[in-house]
Design a protein around this ligand. Structure first.
Ligand SMILES: [Zn+2]
Length: 135
């Protein structure tokens, strides 16, 4: 019997001790239910936050993979293309996809993994070569 039914039964009647106890117990149960629901809400909030973070990380990974697909390796250097397939002159490491530092005379080094490419041609010229072979 729910609290509403109890109240309906009380309509136009005097509240006796037994009914009062019943009502009190009902309210106690409702309070318990309410606090349990609040706990559930808190747990779901936490779960939701975790899933939001997870989702964000996965989206970053997807973008990373999408970006990786647009790289082309030429003379040991990875070059990134824009959405139209035009390659930028920035040299990237084929292993880490990080920008490589210019060690001069066409030698490029990855700051992370130490990979060295020695095309002995400047990166902007290599990018131009890629672009002219494509267009
Ligand atoms: Zn590297």
């Amino acid at each position: 019997m729910g609290i509403t039914d109890v109240l309906t039964g009380l309509k136009n009647k005097v509240l006796d001790a037994a009914t009062y106890e019943l009502l009190r117990r009902n309210f106690e149960l409702l309070e318990e239910n309410n606090s349990q629901l609040k706990e559930k809400v808190e747990l779901q909030k936490e779960e939701n936050e975790q899933l939001t973070v997870e989702n964000k990380n996965l989206l970053e990974k997807v973008r990373e993979f999408e970006a990786r697909e647009k790289y082309e390796i030429h003379k040991g250097i990875a070059f990134k293309a824009n959405q139209d397939g035009v390659f930028y002159p920035t040299p990237y490491c084929p292993n880490c996809s990080l920008t490589m530092s210019d060690a001069g005379i066409g030698i490029y080094k990855c700051p992370k993994c130490g990979y060295v490419a020695r095309p002995k041609i400047k990166a902007d010229v290599l990018a131009q070569q890629l672009n002219s072979s494509r267009h």
